[in-house]
Design a protein around this ligand. Structure first.
Ligand SMILES: [Zn+2]
Length: 425
């Protein structure tokens, strides 16, 4: 199949290309229905509304949702432990579910009986998966939902699925070769490992394997890893973003310039501390209200840090896009009002191979935050290095750093990437 064929069309054209007004009307209609339904059938949601002094009919706009508190993953684990198995969020009897999973936490994740429960199909379609693809699904099929969650959408698109699960790289190579596998689902780092195994066996993954498309999730996909894997196999790689509790939340289109919000949820980006609603380009926590009548999580804080854009996308889809996932909220440090995350800093520093190690030290003097990048060099820096890296950090993190080149061995093995030495009296 040509890339052009894979890159054209929509899974649900009307919904994916809706005007801003239609998009808002659709979301507000779903939200109103959800509030009424969840209040009636999910005791934890009833309690949440009552505590906030809000009646379901008052949730009549996207903005009105802000009247309700946020539920964190920690809250969910606690509520489930107090009131097993689902903490009162389940809106159907347990024995009416299709499947029940258990994720680390521990958290129970329900799957309802409706088709497309996890909502990944439009993401797979946008990534180029089509009927007739033969796909290895390398996510786990036990306890956690990942394997079956993705399989459902592959079957929905009439792909043939080989449930290979985790590990066994040599067997994965054999299967790919014997069965003419065209699609991969799993983690990008694992696909690279499969490619390396194939090469070690004397195969050329581009010539001897038939991989054309891949869908990756569950880890942060750097540009360098994406490029390396795409080049290794001569394939297109796309990523999606979701969680075990929520299913698909956002997915890449052919442009691979951010991940479009799913129409199955309303997504907000909130300041992790103040819960203030953030605008386009402002980093914050991904908070989800699932249009799910089985498991209606309302303002569920995922713990993931991201930002979104409303710039038009050349693919024609109109939903806003998460620009990228920057890491976990609990690892973030706020410096001069900006969030700084270890992964974000790593992404910037990775562009300078001459830097062997780095560490950020945050201090506060005279009520002003200071951010010092300590750099251990693998090679003597050339002229202009300080200027270039300083600019790159400013572009990537939106803060002007102080820089110090330190002697090799100064930054200990496994040291924290961000050390916050501020004291707050
Ligand atoms: Zn797009």
């Amino acid at each position: 199949m040509t890339q052009e064929e894979r890159n054209s069309g929509y899974y649900h054209e009307e919904r994916e290309t809706a005007s801003e007004e239609a998009w808002r009307a659709y979301h507000e209609r779903r939200l109103r229905g959800l509030a009424e339904h969840a209040y009636q059938f999910a005791p934890a949601v009833t309690a949440l509304f009552d505590r906030a002094g809000v009646k379901p009919h008052e949730i009549d706009s996207l903005e009105a949702l802000q009247k309700l508190p946020v539920t964190t993953k920690t809250d969910l684990a606690r509520l489930q432990a107090e009131n097993p198995p689902f903490g009162g969020f389940l809106a159907v009897p347990v024995n009416q579910l299709k499947r029940i999973f258990m994720s680390p936490g521990p958290i129970y994740d329900p799957q309802g009986k409706s088709n497309g429960f996890w909502g990944w199909s439009e993401g797979f379609y946008a990534a180029g998966f089509r009927a007739g693809d033969v796909v290895i699904n390398t996510f786990g099929y036990q306890m956690t939902p990942a394997g079956l969650m993705f399989e459902e959408s592959l079957l929905d698109l009439n792909c043939c699925v080989i449930p290979t699960g985790v590990g066994n790289t040599e067997t994965q190579v054999k299967i790919m070769k014997d069965l003419g596998v065209t699609g991969f689902v799993g983690m990008a780092s694992f696909l690279r490992k499969i490619g390396q195994t194939a090469r070690a066996e004397g195969l050329d993954p581009r010539r001897d394997l038939s991989l054309e498309i891949g869908y990756v999730a569950a880890e942060i996909l750097t540009d360098s890893l994406r490029n390396e894997v795409q080049d290794m196999f001569g394939m297109q790689l796309h990523q999606g973003y979701g969680t075990a509790d929520c299913g698909c939340l956002a997915y890449e289109c052919r442009e691979a310039a951010g991940m479009h919000f799913t129409a199955n949820a309303y997504i907000e980006i909130l300041d992790p501390r103040t819960r203030e609603v953030m605008g386009p380009g402002e980093p914050g926590e991904v908070v989800v209200t699932l249009f799910n009548t089985t498991y209606p999580l309302i303002r569920f804080a995922t713990g993931d840090l991201s930002a979104y854009t409303i710039e038009p996308c050349a693919c024609g889809r109109t939903a806003p896009r998460l620009t990228r996932i920057m890491g976990r909220v609990d690892q973030v440090t706020k410096v001069k009002g900006m969030f700084v995350h270890p992964q974000q800093a790593q992404g910037v520093i990775a562009k300078f191979p001459g830097v062997a190690k780095f560490q950020i030290v945050v201090t506060r003097e005279n009520e002003v935050d200071r951010m010092l990048f300590k750099l251990e060099m693998a090679e003597t820096p050339g002229a202009g290095f300080i200027e270039e890296i300083s600019q790159a950090i400013q572009d990537g993190i939106k803060l002007r750093p102080e820089l110090e080149i330190v002697a090799p061995g100064t930054i200990g093995e496994g040291a924290e990437l961000i050390v916050d030495e501020r004291t707050w009296e």
